[in-house]
Design a protein around this ligand. Structure first.
Ligand SMILES: [Zn+2]
Length: 104
């Protein structure tokens, strides 16, 4: 339950898949906290407070006026996008469904 509450305070930006054969967890999520801080669920971020996933998202935001635009499936409709804006929970469900994960 605690885990879940934390996630709902984070606006998910991008899903990454592991690029190695290391066993689970192999799916990492980068998102923005209520304090405008980028965080990641990977072991490197947990250990050092930084990682290549956060670095990449930050770089893209810096090049795009601070806005992150994830790659999305072509099946996305305007209604889906509108629904995603309702809450961080809706946004997360939207990205899990339509966001294109990147391997890094
Ligand atoms: Zn990471």
């Amino acid at each position: 339950m605690k885990e879940r509450a934390v996630q709902e305070d984070i606006m998910l930006f991008q899903i990454f898949l592991n690029d190695t054969q290391i066993p689970s967890p192999s799916v990492f999520e980068v998102g923005l906290t209520l304090d405008d801080k980028l965080v990641c669920t990977c072991p490197n971020y947990k250990g050092r407070g930084k990682c290549k996933h956060v670095n990449l998202v930050q770089l893209r935001m810096d090049m795009n006026d601070g806005i992150y635009e994830p790659s999305l499936s072509k099946d996305v409709t305007e209604a889906d996008v509108a629904k995603a804006k309702l809450s961080t929970k809706h946004n997360r469900e939207f990205l899990l469904k339509f966001g294109i994960p990147e391997v890094l």
